[in-house]
Each structure stands twice: as structure tokens, then as C-alpha cells.
Design a protein around this ligand. Structure first.
Ligand SMILES: CC(C)(COP(=O)(O)OP(=O)(O)OC[C@H]1O[C@@H](n2cnc3c(N)ncnc32)[C@H](O)[C@@H]1OP(=O)(O)O)[C@@H](O)C(=O)NCCC(=O)NCCS
Length: 159
């Protein structure tokens, strides 16, 4: 998939914020003492590669990994500045919690955080669900071939 660019100053970001405002979920940056818990959750629910990115994001100051929490349980996560500065992702929601607006709420909170940090655009690298980003925040495909920064990435074998 081509990388995507998202304008953090387009009306779509504020519109998404209004849409997710009623979502019943707490979203906040990961606290340093939660590092192992969150990285293990990402590995168990997604992959070792994403767990590595989450580790990098969590060990920044401030942490550039946000989690969605409901009733004391992690429901999802989203990172920025993990594989490269200005990149959104990885992100994911627990399988059983999908379709409840959590992914959209994480996307909004993370992009708003990036905007507050001084970014004007965010890149979504090699996205899976391109349409999710197109519909949610008006993401635009960058018309370049190849996998960009992920081209030669070593992938951990499936457990
Ligand atoms: C993509 C993902 C984060 C979405 O999370 P979610 O909590 O299920 O999404 P939401 O419930 O917030 O959905 C918000 C909107 O996006 C749509 N949507 C959700 N997943 C979608 C997908 N894969 N493709 C297109 N649209 C999608 C929903 O239908 C909803 O639309 P609506 O506003 O018109 O009702 C989740 O499916 C996931 O974890 N996928 C596996 C990991 C992954 O692919 N991460 C992205 C890597 S770039």
C-alpha cells in the first residue's frame, strides 16, 4: 500500500473529534511504569514488530504511544514518531472491541497530539486499511511505488 499523508489542519480532524467525543473510552499516553504491560499486550494482540515500535514510542519523553482503556483493560493503542518522525502508527484495537469507535478515537487523539507537538502533516506508512484513514481524516495516497521506509524491514516469524 502507498503511504498516506494526513493534513492536521484540514477540517476533517476537528470533524472526527466531534464524531468520537461521545465514545465511552479513556485515551491517554502510556505511563513509564506500564511499559512492559503495554508492549506485551501489543505483542500478544498484534506482532513482535509492532511491539518493538511501541517500545520505542513508550520510552520517549513524552511517550508517543497512546492507549485506550475501558474498565481497567487495554482496548487499543496508537503510536507516532515510532519508525520515523512525523509518522502515525502502528495502531490497533483488540479484536473483540472493534467496531465501537475506539480506533477512530485513538486516531483522533494521536493526530491531535501530533498537531499540538508542532506537526502540520502526519504520514501513515504502508497502511493496511487505507479506506479507514481516507474516510476518517481525508488521508491522501502518496503516489510513489514501493514500501518506503519498510522496504527492507526484517519481519519476526509468526509464533
Ligand atoms: C483499523 C482498526 C484500528 C479500526 O479500529 P476500530 O475500533 O474497529 O474502528 P472504529 O470502530 O473506530 O471505526 C471507525 C470507522 O472506520 C470504519 N472502519 C473500521 N475498520 C475499517 C477498515 N479496516 N477499513 C475501512 N473502514 C474501517 C468503521 O466502519 C467506522 O466507520 P463509520 O464511522 O462510518 O461507522 C482495527 O480494525 C484494527 O485494529 N485492525 C488491525 C490492525 C490494523 O490494521 N491497524 C492499522 C495499521 S495501519
Amino acid at each position: 500500500m502507498a503511504d498516506l499523508v494526513v493534513s492536521l489542519y484540514a477540517p476533517a480532524l476537528d470533524a472526527l473529534g466531534r464524531k468520537v467525543a461521545a465514545t465511552d473510552i479513556t485515551i491517554r499516553p502510556v505511563l513509564a511504569p506500564e511499559q512492559r504491560l503495554v508492549v506485551d499486550w501489543v505483542r500478544d494482540n498484534f506482532s513482535d514488530n509492532w511491539a518493538s515500535e511501541a517500545l520505542v514510542a513508550i520510552t520517549r519523553q513524552p511517550a508517543s504511544c497512546l492507549i485506550a482503556i475501558r474498565e481497567g483493560q487495554i482496548m487499543g493503542f496508537a503510536c507516532y514518531d515510532a519508525i520515523a518522525r512525523g509518522f502515525f502508527g502502528p495502531t490497533g484495537v483488540a479484536v473483540d472491541a472493534r467496531g465501537q469507535g475506539i480506533g477512530a478515537a485513538l486516531l483522533h487523539s494521536t493526530l491531535q497530539t501530533m498537531k499540538n507537538m508542532g506537526y502540520a502533516y502526519a504520514i501513515v506508512g504502508d497502511p493496511g486499511p487505507t479506506q479507514f484513514y481516507v474516510d476518517a481524516v481525508g488521508a491522501i495516497e502518496i503516489p510513489l511505488p514501493g514500501k518506503g521506509i519498510y522496504a527492507d524491514m526484517l519481519r519476526a516469524p509468526a509464533p
